[in-house]
Design a protein around this ligand. Structure first.
Ligand code: C2E
Ligand code: MG
Ligand code: MG
Ligand code: MG
Length: 286
């Protein structure tokens, strides 16, 4: 590759070849290969969604699920989202992919409504999607097409979205007017500003797994978890703890008044068919 090509890709923000030397080049080639495969993956129907239950601690009931994207590539095998979402974002593919996720999640939700289940559906929204000019229009259309009550859809955004605060506030206001809910994902790991918690209409704070992991390990994690719960409640928001795996963690979260838990302790992300089986046999327990 010529120096020119390197400069170009550096300018588009796609890699750091200049800093990493040959290793960076390999990494860039890898990303480019993945990008090409991602483009085909849509046509080849290699994407699917899995759903992880969220349990309300007070009632012990499953009140919602989070939709999580899976890619089973013919060439690469199963690629975890943490490896391909970034590539999809950098290449702009995330718009089409994100729309596919929302569409599929809403159509499954409509089906479950028909079966008599009343669940909330959380969908991860990348910052790139959120800032796309047609984001809300598409969303509105999909909700109408699938005929689901907007209040059943929760948009999970991260703290990084808050970097353009004024734009975000207007957008979130419109989202609320549509009747949708908003969750801050991985709360406490980004550049949190308390100001946006005050100004933005947010329904849920999702306590990041790293703090939940620490519940059995250290005082500081426990203190952070209880402080987030108090903060959320004082501001009229609910809390969802991410990644709880043990009884001890769940007991602590319950004691501190955390509203819901999503973690392997209650259930791993599962296919739609498995979720329906799971819902059939699940007994509320607390
Ligand atoms: P996230 O939104 O914070 O999702 C929670 C992640 O924690 C999921 O990983 C889930 O499988 C994992 N998890 C939940 N409970 C436990 C537990 O008890 N133990 C452990 N070890 N892990 C647990 P996953 O599915 O690999 O997704 C990783 C990230 O990829 C997500 O983090 C989200 O940021 C992103 N992602 C996934 N699907 C989508 C999507 O459709 N769109 C976008 N933009 N991002 C997505
Ligand atoms: Mg999430
Ligand atoms: Mg999270
Ligand atoms: Mg995460």
């Amino acid at each position: 590759k010529s120096d020119n090509a390197m400069y170009y890709s550096k300018k588009t923000g796609r890699n750091h070849a200049t800093f990493y030397g040959t290793k960076g080049m390999e990494r860039e080639d890898e990303a480019l290969r993945m990008e090409l495969l991602l483009k085909e993956a849509m046509k080849k129907e290699e994407f699917s969604l899995v759903y992880q239950p969220q349990v309300e601690l007070l009632s012990g009931k499953i009140t919602g699920v989070e939709a999580l994207l899976r890619w089973h590539s013919q060439e690469l095998g199963t690629v975890p989202p943490n490896q391909f979402i970034k590539v999809a974002e950098d290449s702009g593919l995330i718009i089409e992919l994100g729309n596919w996720v929302t569409k599929k999640a809403l159509s499954d939700l409509a089906k479950w409504n028909q079966l008599g289940y009343q669940l909330e559906m959380s969908v991860n929204i990348s910052t790139h999607q959120f800032y796309h000019p047609e984001f809300l229009l598409c969303l509105e259309r999909m909700i109408k097409d699938e005929k689901v009550p907007p209040s059943q859809l929760v948009l999970e955004i991260t703290e990084s979205i808050a970097s353009h605060a004024e734009v975000v506030q207007k957008e979130l206001q419109k989202i609320k007017e549509l009747g949708l809910k908003v969750a801050i994902d991985d709360f406490g790991t980004g550049y949190s500003s308390l100001k946006y918690l005050k100004d933005f209409p947010i329904d849920y704070l999702k306590i990041d797994k790293s703090f939940v992991d620490g519940i059995e390990e250290d005082d500081k994690s426990r203190d952070i978890v209880s402080t987030i719960i108090t903060l959320a409640h004082n501001l009229g928001m609910l809390t969802v703890a991410e990644g709880a795996e043990t009884r001890k963690q769940v007991d602590f979260l319950k004691m501190e008044g955390c509203d819901s838990v999503q973690g392997y302790y209650y259930g791993k992300p599962m296919t739609e068919a498995s979720l329906l089986d799971f819902l059939t046999v699940y007994e509320p327990h607390n």
